[in-house]
Every structure is written in C-alpha cells, then in structure tokens.
Design a protein around this ligand. Structure first.
Ligand SMILES: [Mg+2]
Length: 335
C-alpha cells in the first residue's frame, strides 16, 4: 500500500450490472502499434443496500493488456456469480474502481479525499496533440495551450523520423516554455533510437515513452539518452515494475490504473516506483470517463500531479461510458 493512502473498508454490494459499450474515437489515434478507432469497454454498476451506486470500467486494449474485451467481460460475469473467481487486470480495475466509487458515494466524499484526506480536487493534465503535418500538429498544440494545458504530448515512431522531427520542431515553436513529452510506443529499434534521441536533445523533451520495446532494450537506450526515458507498456504487472527498477530501464514510470488492475494496485506500484527514485505519471488507457475518473482521483490521492497526468483523453471519444470528465483550463475538476 502507498504510505499516503488510507485503508478504507469496501461496501457490501446488493446488485450488479454489467454492460458492454462501443466508444468510437472522433478520429483514430495513430500509434506505433497501429491506429485505434474504437474502444470497446465494459461498465460495471454496483448498488448497495442504501441505493448508492458505484461505477467501474474494464477497457482492454491490444498492445497494452493481455486479455481481450471478451475475456474481461466473461471474467466480470464469473465474478458476479462468485467474487472468489479470478479477475484479469482490466476486469480487476472495473471491480476495484466500482467498489471505491461506491464507498465514496456512501461516504458522501470525493474518492480522492477518502483515499487521502486533503488531496486536491484539481488535477492538471497533459493534452494529446494529433496532426499528420507540422502545421496540423502546431495548430493542435496551440489550441491545447490556449485552452490552459501546460503540457502537450505527441505520438512519434508511426512513420519516418524526419517527419516526427519536423512536427516536434513545429510544436515546440508554438508552445513556448510549456512541456513537451513524446511517446514512441516501442516503435524505434535499439540501433536507431540513440541517434533519434540525440537529435531531439535541443527540443527540451520532458521524457520519451517507450522509445524501444522491452525492459532490456529500454535500459540500453537509457544509458546514453539525453532525454529522460519512461517505461509504459513494457510494464503490465507489479513484477515487471520490480524488473524495470532492477534493470535501470527508466527514469519515469507510466502507470495506467485501467491496465494494471485499478486504483489500489496502482497506488502500491506508485509507492514502489517512488521509493526506487522513479517519477510516476498516471495516465488513461483511452478508456471512457468512468475509468479516467478513477485514475484522476488516484493521481490526486498519491500526489502524482507533476509531471501532469495523461488523463485529458475523454474529449477524443464520441459517446462515453459515463458523464464525460473533460479538461477545463487544462485540468480535471473532481467531485
Ligand atoms: Mg505511452
């Protein structure tokens, strides 16, 4: 358990609903794993004897989680039949998220405050900037800054490096001294990554997520990288995190509560990472706002607010798993 997190007793559940939803994106998010056009998610609704309602979300994503949405859905039905049945991480995230939401509703307090009394209700978030051409990327970055974000993130490594470099130069030009982070999603080879990172050294990159795939390769790249290295999808369990720490794979660890198994497992992982000297960044899994909300409360509770969490992704969706949690003035406002 993270030392800053209160032990809270989880409520008894009187009824359970499981609902699958399809959430199209406004435009596909292009990553080195491929383009993501639609998110299939499962919403878990729990009701207690006093008619309080808690929601949780399971949002498996190929390339980031090992289970499929069918497997997560089936596991949730098995769990509804018997809570002793095992849950894969995304289904565990739905259950723990829903139980914590229910506990917060029953207590009449925001979840972040229940987990860590006095934690802030405003969570600054980075903005994911799309765009194929430098002009499009610069326009999107300017819009993000104009709407109050102080950190922008750009996906790279889905195409030629020269095109990435041109986009990043254009983005840096318009964002001034705001922070710029990039995510290669493991798309560069161990041979090419050091050269690419050397050429990015002047752009004051906050960190690069997954420049190469795998903890071994990340450790190798980090040894010479002028840009801090973040590990993301190469960690899917707490055991992976221990290995990343032991191998020196990263300066920063990206923790996705929806992929790891929910807020409590993530709080524990964050404590482990922080103790080892790593910087923790909480992000979404491009899930709906039920999952994003759980992640945002957790980020506040563990005070993982700088660097800014990557939780401004509800605006990318058409439709949502719950009331949309959208950034206002560059931050999520929790209640
Ligand atoms: Mg990432």
């Amino acid at each position: 358990m993270n030392p800053g997190i209160e032990e809270i007793s989880l409520p008894d559940v009187a009824s359970i609903q499981i609902r699958r939803m399809s959430l199209p994106l406004r435009s596909p998010v292009v990553t080195a794993h491929g383009a993501i056009a639609t998110r299939d998610v499962i919403v878990l609704r729990l009701v207690d004897a006093e008619a309080n309602i808690g929601h949780g979300e399971a949002a498996p994503l190929a390339g980031f989680t090992s289970e499929t949405v069918d497997e997560a859905e089936q596991a949730l039905h098995h769990w509804a039949d018997d809570p002793e049945n095992p849950l894969p991480p995304t289904a565990r995230a739905a259950v723990d998220g829903a139980l914590l939401d229910l506990a917060a509703q029953a207590a009449g307090r925001p979840l972040h405050d229940l987990l860590a009394p006095g934690s802030p209700g405003v969570v600054p978030v980075s903005a994911l900037v799309g765009g194929i051409t430098p002009a499009e990327a610069a326009g999107a970055a300017r819009a993000a800054i104009d709407s109050g974000h102080r950190t922008v993130k750009v996906k790279v490594a889905a195409g030629p490096f020269e095109a990435d470099l041109a986009r990043l130069i254009a983005v840096r030009e318009v964002i001034g001294d705001a922070r710029l982070r990039i995510d290669a999603n493991g798309g560069w080879t161990a041979d090419e990554a050091p050269g690419h990172l050397a050429r990015l050294a002047d752009l004051d990159i906050e960190f690069v997520e997954e420049p190469v795939a795998g903890l071994d390769a990340l450790a190798g790249v980090r040894a010479t990288s002028p840009v801090p290295v973040a590990v993301d999808e190469s960690i899917s369990t707490p055991v992976d995190l221990d290995r990343a720490i032991a191998m020196g794979s990263a300066d920063v660890v990206i923790l996705k509560p929806s992929a790891l198994g929910g807020p409590l497992i993530t709080a524990a992982a964050a404590g482990t990472a922080t103790d080892a000297g790593l910087t923790v960044v909480v992000t979404s899994l491009l899930e709906g706002s039920v999952g994003i909300r759980a992640a945002a409360h957790l980020a506040s509770a563990i005070r993982a607010l700088d660097p800014a969490p990557g939780l401004a992704t509800a605006s990318l969706l058409v439709g949502d798993s719950g009331p949309p949690l959208l950034a206002v003035d560059g931050a999520l406002h929790l209640s």
